[in-house]
Design a protein around this ligand. Structure first.
Ligand code: 26Q
Length: 794
């Protein structure tokens, strides 16, 4: 068990270390160091304290000879690290005091670290929360992914429309990673397979190098530190000297440019799986590097190959790393001499697969011709698996000239899990119904969770302090302890303090938005927040249509006692998702019109800060009164933002979708605003002919709103929203129209409830007190028990 080998420094000593790094690591004289220099020097001083517990954890892992967990994910949406690491080490007060003594503002400096945005949204952020929990729980684990040179694109608004630019987090020194030039693997593509006397040899046509970069993942109180290992692509030949000597300077760099393309940029989740060859190559690139690496580590310990599953648990974060199945089989058969059927069984014992979506358009499929061209040996192996599963239970992995990655991941995993109770049931009934009949014990549920370190303790210091003052600080690594708050909620002093914390967080957000965008927000208004990727199924459209209807009512009756609201939106649309981009344009257009209306100015505001990311979420979530979780029932696999907001004392208006169902069960139906059709009703409703036109016809409010949009009320008289209107009238697949009136009415009931602040704060506090189950520590303990058979070494 790792011990604390480095005691906490004094403020003076820590300040001296910062100065030392400024000079010797950055080559800067304190007299002319920039904010950037100070932040990097501070980070390096903090990083010094990570190394010993990291080595201790690694040594303990080797000594235990037990099982390691390998979490394979195309995405890790980490955000900033400096505060997270500093707090986990218990250094935040020392760091702040040392910086102050050096004439620097710790809190201002840490806010200048660029986000590591190596993910799109929920799936990538879940992976980051899981890493945090694996370390906090002391389970030996590695995260494996891609070190994208450019993370998720930056979003700008130009006249209300989304523009994307490349993100460049590596323009600055990224101090949290260690380059590992000695950890390199060759990754092949294309070529052909020689079959001789039953032995296959793959001769790839091209080869790139995968080089490791390691980031330590510090658990709570640094009692355990795991590793996130990200792969960068490099050329085997750095540079074509012959071409250069011929004067072909561009041609000389082509091999390097092509190889580096593999880790150049994160694919935006476009939901329409375009089947791009580069994406497939990225998937194989990081999966193959990870498997070579973990097999090398396993063999270096002297274990026999048939014991692999006793030492290795590999989790596939969706199908993106599903080539791990065929690749592991290939290594076992072609390099270690196993029979193919034995290799398949051994691989299956190692692998687990997590499904995150039911949307048919998001399920990965690759054209078989392209697949065979890029990965000929894997194609052979998949054909073998396909024949086996067709014979065993009629399941096709190859179908209509496609490789179906969901089916492949399913048959190659010993456990398949959904990410909320409802989602898991739907996985059983829909996408994998046939496979579920064939393997009724394989699909299990592991409801998602979130790390309380980042999403409560770190992001919401005001509430964290109040909780710790009330029940002590054990809740930070044992979130169910929040239940202990419940008896205090009746106490007027506690309730008042809870209300003050929320009010302070709203004021902090208002200040931040004023500095950033010049927006002036009233912190006494209800902060009504919808933050997530822009998707039709998430129904930002329902929210903005309701906003317009509310605006109409306010103008019709300006003497009524309206509850002031600030509607806040945040989120990016995939660059190729035209409808999502139109919805963004509509929200910004409505915001411009409504915010300029002197009649409603004091009661209704719409703000949409550009470039929503993890750091913005950390600012918005603690300041939220009302959390919008309004997806069409049956479409949101789980949601995790819903958990963050409720944990931070927001009430939810939501549908019975994803983890909303379980959140409502935990916080109590009285403390959750439920509306809308259920998943079953959604399916039935969709089959009714003309359901949308009927719903619109039956709702004078909605008819009026759509008429205003059509008449150009929000677009200077121009008809620019024809795509949205046409969609709503003609198909409205996500049933915005069907749920509109009930949603509107529920919002008006919420207006009334908000007026009684005593009751509101009590309900908000009950949300916080009852959300402990949604810690990702609980989720990871479930994976460790039900899927991995992995143990804590603490
Ligand atoms: C696939 C092929 C090509 C390009 C991109 C993709 C791609 C990338 C990312 C497809 C999907 C994703 C991300 C999916 C995702 O974030 N799903 C969310 O996962 C969360 C964690 O389980 C859930 O809480 C959300 O409900 C779910 O939408």
């Amino acid at each position: 068990m790792p011990k604390d080998t480095m005691p906490l420094p004094t403020t003076n000593a820590f300040g001296a270390t910062i100065n030392h790094h400024l000079k010797t690591s950055l080559g800067k004289d304190p007299a002319n160091a920039s904010a950037y220099d100070w932040r990097v020097a501070l980070s390096l001083a903090v990083r010094d304290h990570v190394v010993d517990p990291w080595f201790d954890s690694t040594r303990a892992t080797y000594a235990a000879k037990g099982k390691r967990v390998y979490y394979l994910s195309m995405e890790f949406l980490i955000g900033r690290l400096i505060e997270d690491v500093t707090t986990n080490l218990g250094l935040e007060d020392i760091a702040a005091a040392a910086m102050a003594a050096l004439g620097q503002d710790y809190h201002a400096l840490v806010a200048t670290e660029p986000d590591a945005a190596l993910g799109n949204g929920g799936l990538g952020r879940l992976a980051a929360c899981f890493l945090d929990s694996l370390s906090t729980l002391g389970i030996p684990a590695y995260g494996y992914g891609i070190r994208y040179e450019h993370g998720l694109f930056a979003q700008h608004f130009q006249d209300g429309r989304q523009i994307e630019t490349a993100e460049g987090w590596l323009k600055e020194q990224h101090v949290w990673e260690f380059e590992r030039p000695e950890v390199r693997y060759h990754i092949g593509f294309g070529g052909h397979v020689d079959d001789q006397n039953g032995k296959a040899t793959w001769h790839p046509a091209e080869t790139v190098i995968a080089q490791a970069y390691d980031t330590p993942v510090v658990g709570w109180q640094a009692r355990w530190v795991n590793t996130l290992r990200l792969w960068a692509a490099l050329p085997t030949v750095l540079f074509d000297l012959a071409a250069f000597n011929r004067g072909d300077y561009i041609g000389a760099s082509v091999p390097e440019a092509l190889a580096r393309t593999l880790s150049r940029v994160l694919y935006p989740d476009d939901t329409t799986n375009e089947g791009k060859a580069l994406r497939l190559k990225q998937e194989y690139f990081f999966t193959a590097a990870s498997l070579q690496d973990l097999l090398r580590r396993f063999l270096s310990e002297g274990f026999a190959i048939h014991t692999l599953a006793d030492h290795v648990a590999i989790q596939l974060n969706d199908t993106h790393p599903a080539l791990a199945g065929p690749e592991l089989i290939r290594l076992l058969v072609d390099h270690h001499g196993l029979e193919i059927d034995a290799a398949i069984m051994l691989a299956r014992d190692c692998l687990g697969y997590t499904n995150h979506t039911l949307l048919p358009e998001a399920l990965e499929r690759w054209h078989e011709d392209m697949f065979r061209h890029i990965l000929p040996r894997h194609h052979q192996i998949i054909c073998h698996i396909h024949d086996q599963t067709v014979a065993a239970n009629g399941t096709h992995i190859l179908e209509h000239g496609s490789v179906k990655m969901g089916e492949l991941a399913f048959v190659m995993a010993h456990k398949v899990n959904g990410v909320s109770a409802l989602h898991t049931e739907l996985v059983k009934q829909t996408v994998f119904a046939d496979l579920h009949r064939a393997y009724p014990d394989r699909i299990i549920n592991q409801t998602n969770g979130i790390t309380p370190r980042r999403w409560l303790h770190g992001a919401n210091p005001a509430l964290s302090r109040l909780i710790t003052d009330t029940i002590g600080d054990v809740w930070i690594s044992d979130l169910e302890q929040l239940k202990g708050l419940e008896p205090h909620i009746a106490d007027p002093a506690f309730q008042a303090a809870f209300g003050v914390a929320k009010r302070d967080n709203k004021a902090r957000l208002a200040d931040w938005l004023k500095d950033r965008d010049g927006a002036i927000l009233n912190p006494d208004a209800m902060f009504d927040i919808q933050i997530k990727r822009i998707h039709e199924y998430k129904r930002q459209l329902l929210n903005i249509l309701e906003t317009i209807a509310l605006w109409n009512d306010m103008r019709d009756d300006p003497n009524a006692c309206w509850t002031p609201r600030v509607k806040i939106f945040g989120g990016k649309a995939a660059p190729g998702y035209a409808m999502a981009k139109s919805i963004i344009y509509l929200i910004n257009s409505v915001a411009r019109t409504i915010n300029a209306d002197p009649v409603t100015r004091d009661w209704l505001q719409v703000v949409y800060p550009e470039n929503y990311n993890v750091s913005m979420a950390e600012m918005l979530i603690p300041a939220c009164d009302l959390s919008e979780q309004i997806s069409t029932a049956g479409k949101e696999a789980s949601g995790t933002g819903n958990m963050k907001l409720s944990l931070n004392g927001a009430l939810t208006i939501g549908t019975l979708d994803g983890a909303n169902v379980e959140i409502r069960d935990h916080v109590g139906a009285d403390n959750f605003y439920l509306f809308g059709l259920s998943a079953d009703q959604v399916r039935a409703r969709r089959n009714e002919p003309d359901h949308a036109r009927r719903a619109i016809g039956d709702s004078p409010r909605l008819t009026r709103v759509l008429g205003q949009i059509a008449n150009g009320v929000f677009s200077n008289g121009d008809a620019v929203f024809g795509d949205i209107l046409g969609m709503l009238y003609d198909h409205d697949y996500f049933l915005v129209t069907a749920d509109f009136d009930e949603y509107f009415d529920m919002q008006r009931a919420i207006d009334q409830d908000y007026k009684d602040q005593g009751t509101w704060v009590r309900k908000a506090a009950l949300n916080t007190a009852r959300m402990g189950w949604f810690s990702s520590d609980r989720t990871i303990a479930g994976y460790a028990r039900d899927i991995w058979g992995a143990k804590s070494l603490l």
